[in-house]
Design a protein around this ligand. Structure first.
Ligand code: BTN
Length: 239
């Protein structure tokens, strides 16, 4: 996989750009922007910034195998990103299932993948990530934190982008064939469930549960108050 960065000073959304230009873009192209005016988050949240200090990027993925593990792609990127943050910035960030990157419960990075359907079939995805790098103040986002807030110093966002992309590329072939199993052990170590109690929203079975396990397909199993086990495929958790 050859990764090729296409940079803009300002875009509405790197994901939207990737989807609009999907056909002319190649597998491995990476859209980045300094300023993102109408960034999209999971569950219709907003992810924008005009500080030019943070990372907004989207990777174009056009798999050539029909059994490509699309559902686990955001988890793959979360492991790669968290690995770089833990190793190179020596911070104890972790993953909140399925793919948020948190530091002491506050959000440091978010990931959103959006599929591109062409002629009725999934042709690929635009895999977007936003990382709070050098922003210091989050007025209306009390639950957000930046790398600068954590490390106390400015960090070169281009070095962080390049390191993440290098790491993404190096494990990609194995992920494309083996799927979640290629990252399962590392993902399980990085995932935090804070004692086990969790509140599930944006899913079919919203409610309060106790965490049981991370399954070998990247889903989680949770236990309700009657001790029934539920397998959760998607959703948002507070824990
Ligand atoms: C989340 O809600 O946690 C996901 C946030 C994803 C934001 C990134 S920033 C780059 C890319 N372009 C977008 O419009 N969104 C994603």
């Amino acid at each position: 996989m050859k990764m090729n960065i296409i940079h803009f000073d300002k875009l509405n959304s790197t994901n939207a750009y990737g989807l609009e230009h999907f056909e002319e873009l190649s597998h491995g192209d990476v859209i980045t922007t300094d300023i993102q005016l109408k960034g999209r988050g999971r569950f219709d949240r907003v992810w924008s910034g005009d500080f030019s200090d943070d990372i907004y990027m989207s990777i174009i993925i056009k798999p050539d195998n029909s059994d490509f593990p699309f559902p686990n792609l955001t988890q793959y990127l979360s492991v790669v990103t968290n690995r770089v943050l833990n190793r190179d910035y020596v911070i104890k960030s972790n993953i909140k299932w399925p793919n948020d990157i948190l530091f002491e419960g506050k959000k440091l990075a978010g990931i959103l993948s959006e599929g591109k359907i062409i002629n009725g079939r999934l042709a690929g995805v635009v895999l977007g990530i936003g990382i709070n790098v050098n922003r210091e103040v989050f007025d209306d986002l009390p639950n957000a934190i930046s790398l600068k807030n954590i490390t106390g110093k400015e960090n070169d966002k281009n070095i962080l982008i390049e390191t993440i992309l290098k790491e993404f590329e190096s494990g990609y072939a194995e992920f494309a064939t083996d799927g979640f199993l290629s990252i399962m052990e590392e993902y399980r170590m990085m995932c935090r469930f804070n004692g086990g109690k969790l509140k599930l929203t944006a899913s079919f079975n919203d409610g309060d549960y106790v965490f049981e396990r991370i399954n070998s397909d990247g889903t989680i199993s949770v236990r309700d108050e009657r001790n029934d086990i539920h397998k959760i495929i998607s959703g948002d958790i507070q824990c």
